[in-house]
Design a protein around this ligand. Structure first.
Ligand SMILES: [Zn+2]
Length: 436
């Protein structure tokens, strides 16, 4: 006989053809079960909240959503960047859980008509979880979303992030030169800061002075001086860079170039003879030139300071226990045709097993493009050459674009063609191809 449980959806996640999967919310299911069979007495709410946070932490979820719906409260987890329906709770336990989480965050239990934000620390098995809770009123009641700030694990090896050997060599060479600017480009959440810290880790910190200016400081590393941006007290990026330069550094790291002020601050630092690293939002390596121009830097400013650009994305890593090798499907073939790429006979696909909860993926891996600007490209940038010209030049010298790195990782069975869709900006490559 099937056991009765207030969890209407329990276990199966994603659309992989899952067999028997371990339920995503095992702790919560057990706590609900205990609540149903418990005697009157203590409120079960704290136990429910604890069980849910425990499940979320165990599954490495970065976000937790509780959505009020007509049928109950839908619980979803974001794992490796993708949301999964984890459970549909009946109204009663669902409400208990939502109110308990609101109470933990010291939010007013009364329904309000505006969104609210709160941060809270929650202790789980001796570890402090840093949570940010957002509550917004929706049709059927409050929606809660909780961001779980895990203490980030500092990557020690760039290879662990997925960087290919040739890129690693170019970065290593730059680290030895101690001059000019290195920029890491990509959208939010593509792991740019992690890459910078993995680079810093390769420096012999006792022989170098390294200073970072960040908003906020993401990793704390012994031997590195971190300056936290604090606009309220006048510590802006511009002020931070001025302060950095007075401290006699070898390496400077600026958290992000996000506007004209920070672009000029970065330029000041790099042209003072120090090595500067920073990140910015850009579609790919070549698009960085355009972004910097938009922030008011001239071709001369860029050409004389920019040495190396790394462009990156994060994609989901195939579960090694259940991946399957087969021909690409028609959609994938069509996509590769459009990009002018050869269609491989066999690629790896996601299937799903007990170890990956039927999702077919577990963890993430970076796709990387490393561009060291050569003498001819230096001239092209100096002469304000357009993006097409740069793409054409790079394609001519066999440059490994983001897509090339992605396709190599598909061949190695690390990810799938479907995951490569996260790379935008291939129109230019396609145009170049059609021109030829
Ligand atoms: Zn699996």
């Amino acid at each position: 006989m099937k056991e009765q449980t207030p969890l209407s959806v329990s276990g199966r996640v994603g659309d992989g053809e899952a067999g028997d999967t371990r339920p995503l919310l095992g702790h919560l299911a057990a706590a609900l079960h205990a609540q149903l069979s418990a005697m009157e007495g203590d409120s079960p709410a704290p136990r429910l909240a604890d069980a849910l946070l425990r499940d979320a932490a165990r599954e490495r979820a970065t976000d937790l959503h509780l959505d009020a719906q007509s049928r109950g409260i839908l619980v979803r987890l974001r794992i490796d960047g993708v949301l999964h329906d984890a459970a549909l709770l009946d109204h009663e336990p669902g409400k208990l859980l939502v109110n308990q989480l609101k109470a933990l965050a010291r939010l007013d239990p009364v329904i309000r008509f505006v969104a609210e934000d709160a941060r809270l620390g929650y202790e789980l098995d001796g570890e402090m979880l840093d949570l940010r809770l957002t509550r917004a009123p929706c049709l059927h009641g409050d929606k809660l979303s909780i961001r779980l700030f895990d203490r980030p694990i500092m990557p020690h090896q760039l290879q662990e992030l997925g960087l290919h050997a040739q890129g690693l060599e170019e970065l290593q060479e730059w680290l030895g030169s101690v001059s000019g600017m290195l920029l890491v480009a990509g959208p939010s959440g593509s792991g740019k800061t992690t890459t910078l810290y993995a680079l810093l880790h390769r420096l012999k910190l006792h022989e170098r002075s390294v200073i970072t200016v960040e908003d906020p400081v993401e990793y704390q590393v012994d031997g590195i001086n971190h300056i936290q941006i604090d606009k309220f007290h006048g510590m802006t990026f511009v002020e931070g860079v001025k302060a950095m330069l007075r401290l006699d550094p070898d390496f400077l790291m600026l958290g992000e170039i996000r506007d004209s002020d920070s672009a000029h601050a970065a330029l000041t630092a790099a042209s003072s003879g120090r090595a500067l690293m920073s990140t910015l939002h850009s579609r790919d390596a070549v698009a960085v030139i355009e972004t910097l121009r938009n922030y008011g830097l001239s071709g001369h400013d860029i050409a004389t300071n920019l040495m190396l650009v790394v462009s990156q994305r994060l994609v989901r890593r195939l579960c090694p226990h259940c991946r399957v090798e087969a021909g690409p499907n028609n959609e994938e073939k069509h996509w590769l045709h459009q990009l002018g790429r050869p269609v491989p006979k066999r690629v790896w696909h996601a299937r799903g097993c007990e170890r990956c909860h039927g999702v077919g993926y577990r963890g993430r891996i970076g796709l990387f493009e490393v561009w060291r600007i050569d003498a001819e490209e230096y001239q092209l940038i100096l002469q304000e050459g357009d993006r097409r010209t740069l793409y054409r030049h790079l394609a001519g010298r066999g440059h490994r674009f983001l897509l090339d790195d992605g396709l190599a990782k598909v061949q190695e069975g690390l990810t799938t063609l479907g995951e490569l869709r996260v790379i935008g900006g291939y129109n230019v490559l396609r145009t170049l191809k059609l021109d030829d």
